[in-house]
Design a protein around this ligand. Sequence first.
Ligand code: S3P
Length: 449
Amino acid sequence: MAHPSDTRYLVAPGGTLRGRLRVPGDKSISHRSIMLAAIAEGETRISGFLEGADALATLNAFRRMGVRIEGPDGGEVRVQGVGMRGLQSPDGPLDMGNSGTSMRLLSGLLAGQAFPVTLVGDGSLSKRPMRRVTEPLAQMGARIGTTEGGTAPLDLAPVARLTGLDYTMPVASAQVKSSLLLAGLYAEGETCVTEPAPTRDHTERMLTAFGYSVRRHAAKVCLTGGGRLTGCRLTIPADISSAAFFLVGASIAPGSDLILEGVGINPTRVGVINILRAMGGDIELMDRRTAGGEPVADIRVRHAPLRGIRIPVDQVPLAIDELPVLFIAAACAEGETVLTGAEELRVKESDRIQVMADGLAKLGVCAEPLPDGMRIFGGALGSTGDADTIDAPSIDAHGDHRIAMSFAIAALRASGPVAIRDCANVETSFPGFVELAGSAGLSIQATRG
Ligand code: S3P
């Protein structure tokens, strides 16, 4: 049953996505832009910053540590960097909201500071595993307290110094890699992280843009502590993880033809394009260019009949946040799609395997959750029913932004309306989703309690 304070989506079935649109700035890059600008020397000007709750949690945390930040105003932010040792003790716990990236990256960046700090988060974030960062950080000399279960709140005690570490990650995680590299800036000697599979490399690219030397040898990335960052100008591309909803939507909705402008196409993020193309998707990259050290393109996507595939395991880290909406593509494809090697989906903002399987079942799709993935049999999508009262049957997004938007997109091929509850957190990554999707052709209405 819906709670009266829910944000719910009611999406009418069918429709076609057409036109040109620009989705908001990249969330991963927005977080990093504030973090590095804050500890750089001099001013950094950022454009294309994502004004969503997650990136704003990072921004507010640095304000509370004494960093002067103007904006965001239309995606423009100016940060007056305080240098490596210029952060000040905040006057209380720093609230990371729903944002795993803020908490894990900040635990690294703050591990070597001379003041204590506590990082807290919302109900979902407080259940997510933090030992993956606190344990290697402890090996560097950090003193970080967690709950018994290894979750937030994280209590960081001041330490005299950190020492470099040569660490091989057990899971392919850009958040863990970035956390350790950020701690490595404050460590004596060299910090190296080896990844079991390639993960997003925005931290490495951006450190280079701030003039900090980062070395990569195959799967190993290293830096030496004690250097300095110099403020710069950054342009943040549109977020491919937000574009993904439209890439899938236009692929599944007959008659669709959409251009998505200025989307980041970093090779460590393009799994969604690779997977959709392998399923038969019609996706064209136009006007390729570079912005702020990141490759960017306009993406044209047209409707195409999709077929089920076995998703290559090497694509999983490259599409980790796009897998929920790719399940919708699979549900609309001919034949079976199988995903394995994606157990990480169970510890995201929700258990994305179970929550997607439950929602797909509500739409009559045959989806079998696996411990590390999903098996989906493509076919017709049903509906949650056509009642639009607060207690009408609905799909539960469990407060997970990407689940809510995935099922909104599914309505393009549903037999009747799709109602989704607990959608407020779409604001964490995609402010304006309802309006933008509406302008492209989705008949979506939000009701806020
Ligand atoms: C992110 C890394 C990924 C991703 C998350 C953002 C980042 O998490 O799912 O949304 O910005 O580094 P993991 O490192 O847990 O895979």
